[in-house]
Ligand binder design. Structure first.
Ligand code: NAP
Length: 244
């Protein structure tokens, strides 16, 4: 399936590492898109610019005003990937309000405010558009020590559905991808210990974790016209984990 985003400007958040980095590479190298990469650490953005020549936005998505201002200043955005996320591992009884609030701010609120800014431009241009939110299998299954994370991804899934409902009339499609574990810097922090990762892998019918390119391929598909009637879907990329 050939996906061609020639002439499309695509904003990817959380682009500096892991899944976001691979989404940027995929959209530029395999789909010919023009990417605007948003992330927090300047050196990561410098590396992206050096490697792929993409436009970059440095901002901490916890800062609502700075985020609105910098995303607004980026100008026309045709397609959006809300990928940035954090995972702070705490058991339910030990979950702090600080960790909970920060997780909700990055994993849910940032997707809301970035999408609001970008969707207003998409509606004005009236050309139709697509947004993909990067959620997780943890929106639908409980994982130990992931209280705030699971809650935030459950909220992100419902944000996706409401966006799909309200933006559909403008021909803006909104979907999520919900991967199982990916061994990115985030994935390694939680799952590097074989005593933890072994039992999790055993629950996946395909018997392996996801590679970043499985996510980037699915994101590109959902952004593309090949998915032209897919709207409001929460798509697992999980080797069958959620089927069990
Ligand atoms: P990662 O390796 O930790 O990379 C996350 C990226 O997001 C980093 O570049 C990070 O920048 C950026 N980011 C985080 N907080 C930010 C903030 N406040 N402002 C701006 N940028 C920020 O994570 P990942 O594994 O690639 O995860 C990407 C997405 O996939 C997340 O939404 C995650 O929940 C989801 N996901 C991951 C897995 C997994 O197993 N890895 C599974 C399912 C879903 P800094 O490093 O500079 O903070």
């Amino acid at each position: 399936m050939k996906i061609d985003f020639t002439g499309k400007r695509i904003l990817v958040t959380g682009a500096g590492k892991g899944i976001g980095y691979e989404i940027v590479r995929h959209l530029i190298q395999e789909c010919n898109g023009e990417v605007v990469a948003l992330s927090r650490t300047q050196t990561d953005l410098d590396a992206l610019r050096a490697e792929y020549g993409c436009e970059c936005i440095q901002v901490d998505l916890a800062d609502v005003e700075a985020t609105r201002e910098k995303v607004g200043a980026a100008g026309r955005i045709d397609l959006l990937v809300n990928n940035a996320g954090i995972a702070i591992l705490e058991s339910f009884l030990e979950t702090t309000t600080e960790a909970f609030d920060l997780t909700m701010a990055i994993n849910v609120r940032a997707a809301l405010i970035v999408s609001q800014v970008v969707a207003r431009g998409m509606i004005e241009r009236g050309e139709g558009a697509a947004i993909v939110n990067v959620s997780s299998q943890s929106s639908m299954r409980a994982l130990s020590d992931h209280t705030a994370y699971c809650a935030s991804k459950g909220a992100l899934d419902q944000l996706t559905r409401v966006m799909a409902l309200e933006l559909g009339k403008y021909r803006i499609r909104v979907n999520s991808v919900n991967p199982t574990i990916v061994m990115t810097p985030m994935g390694k922090r939680a799952w590097a210990d074989p005593a933890k990762s072994g039992p999790m892998k055993a629950r996946i019918p395909l018997g392996r974790f996801v590679d970043p390119h499985h996510v980037s391929q699915t994101v590109a598909y959902l952004l593309s016209e090949h998915a032209g009637m897919i709207n409001g879907v929460l798509l697992p990329i999980d080797g069958g984990f959620l089927a069990t």
